[in-house]
Design a protein around this ligand. Sequence first.
Ligand SMILES: Nc1nc2c(ncn2[C@@H]2O[C@H](COP(=O)(O)OP(=O)(O)OP(=O)(O)O)[C@@H](O)[C@H]2O)c(=O)[nH]1
Length: 443
Amino acid sequence: MGQLIEPPDRWQQPYREAVEELDRRERQWRQTDELLRRIAGRLCIAARGLDDALDDSLNAVISTLRKPAEPAPLESLLDALTRSVAALDHASTTAVAKVIDGDRLRKTLHRLLDQLPALPRAEALRAQLEAAGRDEALAEVAVGIADLSQAQASAVQRAKLESDRLLMQFSERLEEIARHLKCENEEQRGAQHEQRTFGQQLLDETQALISQTREATDLGSLQDQVYRRLTTIDQRVRDHRSREETRALAYKERTEALYERIETLENQTRVLTRSVSKLERQVGTDTLTRVPNRAAYDKRIAADLQLFGRDRRPRCLAAIDVDHFKRINDQYGHQAGDKVLQVLAQHWSRRLRDADFFGRYGGEEFVMLIEAVPAQALAVANALRLSVEQLGFHFRKQPVKVTVSCGIAGFRDGDTALSLFDRADAALYEAKRNGRNRCCLEG
Ligand SMILES: Nc1nc2c(ncn2[C@@H]2O[C@H](COP(=O)(O)OP(=O)(O)OP(=O)(O)O)[C@@H](O)[C@H]2O)c(=O)[nH]1
């Protein structure tokens, strides 16, 4: 029994953390929702002035977007907007084309997709975005991203509710265990009392038997009295045994029921832990490169800084950036650029030790956390940088030169995620300024 009674805090801690994590994700999804609303608002503003009916619809959408998240009114407004745009299509399509900056929209949609978890639907949207030619197709992708973001927010909400429910069950079960133990204690006290009474009764009967035997003069009546006393003793022993059996049975049933409940709870816990860690993996993985994303980095750097405060072991942050990446995009296309990022990310993450961290910070910039002194971190970063040259990128059988630059900063007392990143970024800037394809240590 002793093992079952762990302090409530140890039982509940992982679930509290899961609930906090889900709260954090919910905030993240709200921010994405907010961002989508702002983008939609700006697009509406940009598209105003083409047609009176369209302006009315756009104004209605803008004012609804400013209200707290409510998809239903937006859906009916979207219908009205679609009708106005369709009417406008007949009049002129070129005017619309002029006001919407397709390139900027495409980049923003890419950024939003980067923030979504690595789900097949997100992959499909990414492919759809690559293939999207006209504004209409881009708008479809934007709607898809908004839907997925909304669905993800609901999934997080559901997981949060499930965690809350399980936490409640934990508290109930702990109370149940406490009640069970209290009841067992009382039972035990009752049993001890009864044992004492039973012993006393046996003693009394035996004493009476002895004195009757001693004082007896008539053998016939002695035999009769001995017989009656022994019958009473026999009855008392039988009663006592039967009470003990009933008590043992009740104890067995109560304990079995408790174990059964605990087992159910453990199973539910396992299921929830699996779904929370699956959600965590999705939310923490970059859709394009499949390595940890910015959210995962934020979490890891916070943990590493805390750890550094305690164990003082030397650690470094390396900021890595692909050189002249814009040129790669411009010369070979965005898809080729994506491929370069995928290959580099996979290549690097495979080469690092498990204890180290590698992730995509955003765009063409990556981050690496290494437990080493700066000189060692510099050697690791340089080895990774040089290994990029061995990858031998090609486009249509022509070699494509891909190099990277890197800036390294060591953890210092009082560092925050921001101060540390700023120093690594400044070192990266130095590497770029000194001709790229190199790694620099801070200051
Ligand atoms: N293909 C692709 N391009 C991206 C992605 N994220 C950011 N980019 C592009 O990366 C380019 C970064 O360009 P810049 O910041 O000017 O830097 P750079 O060309 O790498 O030059 P230096 O950093 O100075 O060497 C921009 O053109 C972005 O659009 C992505 O996920 N895929």
